[in-house]
Design a binder for this molecule. Structure first.
Ligand code: ADP
Ligand code: GN1
Ligand code: MG
Length: 384
């Protein structure tokens, strides 16, 4: 097991009591045995609960409270998650698509519906625990990269016939990179925590790449790339990977499924799956754009999505990786200037460290951009 696998906190009585109390509200079988926190996401609070059934076997569940300062309307999030899980389950059943044997399911609350609200106002839901799998914060081999990209491509295919107007926009303008850029400049101008002096170099780096922020938005405005229902958070630890076979089993973290561009999903895979360095690595010499990982992502994504993407979308695969990496760098830096109010942080300067790895990766992508594009063209020719 490597540092890439989702960190599960050791048993803690307070966590156990919290998880047991929340689990009581959901219609799940058996009696509670233990609860642990899972700390790999930056947004929600996630716990694993273990129950014992009468026959002595164990069954595990995920209990998760939605971050209400990120998701202003958690009920809209739950409506989306209900619609998406229902749709995917019925399509997988009907078409037997290749997402493996396990899919994400919500367990009903005893009071009805698919969530509960605790006295402090937190909205909780309960999912089946995807067994036999791990999530990786850093991709270890090309099979994982290929499998993850194919799973997210299949996911886009599976939700392609969901009516976009039935899906709520859970975070408005989530990937509107121009607005993200402008928001960073506002945060820099206001500098509410006196942190600007420590990030002038990063601000300059981003300013020099301002034109990139508009690249996909301009293509979308011109009608060259369509709006689709997309996942919008295809970070590598949002897909469960079989611990033995490295097969991608199930896409998770459905809170940002909403209308978007297919390229946002591919781009975030490039951002999160090509570098061997952790997202918060301080030694920037470790940040790399590993060409074999990029190639595996392209192959996996096109194997699943190649039939429905248009030629302009395919031509922008490399750019999308650079754009999404810049965008997330912008978001980490904005949060650092704002005083670390959005992403969960675990040490001082955490968001700045994360920003720096993203900007370094942008540079690494720029160095290999021509080779990346050449690879995409080659694959495209081979498929025509
Ligand atoms: P966040 O929005 O905070 O990123 P996620 O939904 O991605 O929350 O969950 C955080 C982590 O919890 C995931 O990276 C994964 O390791 C684990 N996890 C979430 N849902 C499940 C599930 N159904 N089965 C197993 N592990 C899960
Ligand atoms: C967050 O929720 P998580 O940890 O899977 C964020 C993504 C960022 C990512 C950066 C709702 O993803 O947009 O790309 O951190 N999710 C939200 O690591 O903002
Ligand atoms: Mg996540």
């Amino acid at each position: 097991m490597t540092a890439t696998t989702s960190p599960i906190h050791p048993v803690d009585d307070r966590v156990g009591a919290l998880v047991s109390g929340i689990a009581d509200h959901f219609a799940i079988e058996g009696h509670f045995v233990s609860g642990e926190e899972i700390n790999s996401g930056h947004i929600n609070s996630t716990y694993r609960a273990t129950f014992h059934l009468k026959d002595g076997s164990a069954r595990r569940y995920i209990l998760q409270s939605i971050n209400r300062s990120v998701f202003k309307d958690p009920y809209a999030v739950m409506n989306n998650v209900e619609a998406v899980t229902r749709h995917i389950n019925s399509r997988v059943l009907r078409l037997k698509k290749d997402l493996g044997g396990q899919t994400l399911n919500l367990f009903p609350a005893r009071s009805g519906g698919s969530w509960i609200e605790d006295p402090s106002g937190s909205v909780w839901r309960c999912y089946n625990f995807i067994e036999g799998c791990v999530t990786h914060d850093v991709v270890e081999n090309t099979r994982q990269a290929y499998q993850a990209a194919r799973a997210f491509g299949s996911f886009q295919d599976l939700v392609s016939d969901l009516d976009p107007s039935s899906i709520h926009e859970t975070i408005p303008d989530f990937h509107h990179t121009r607005k993200r850029f402008d928001r960073l400049m506002e945060a820099a101008a206001a500098d509410p925590h006196g942190r600007l002096d420590s990030v002038r170099e990063e601000i300059d780096f981003i300013r020099r790449r301002e034109a990139l922020a508009d690249s996909l938005l301009d293509l979308a405005a011109a009608g060259d790339i369509p709006t689709r229902v997309t996942h919008n958070d295809t970070k590598i630890n949002n897909v469960m990977i079989d611990a033995d076979s490295d097969e991608a089993v199930c896409v998770i973290d459905l809170d940002t499924v909403m209308p978007g561009l297919a390229l946002y999903d591919f781009g975030d895979l490039v951002r999160s799956a090509t570098s061997p360095a952790a997202e918060d690595e301080r030694d920037l010499a470790k940040v790399e754009m590993r060409m074999p990982m990029f190639e595996a992502l392209v192959e996996g994504y096109l194997d699943a999505a190649g039939d429905f993407l248009n030629p302009v979308e395919v031509s922008q695969l490399t750019t999308s990786g650079k754009l999404m990496t810049l965008e997330v760098g912008i978001r980490f830096l904005t949060d650092f200037l704002d005083g670390d109010v959005y992403f969960k942080t675990h040490r001082p300067g955490h968001n700045l460290d994360r920003c720096r790895t993203q900007l370094k990766l942008v540079e690494r992508i720029e160095e290999k951009e021509a080779a990346m594009d050449a690879f995409v063209r080659k694959v495209r020719r081979g498929r025509n």
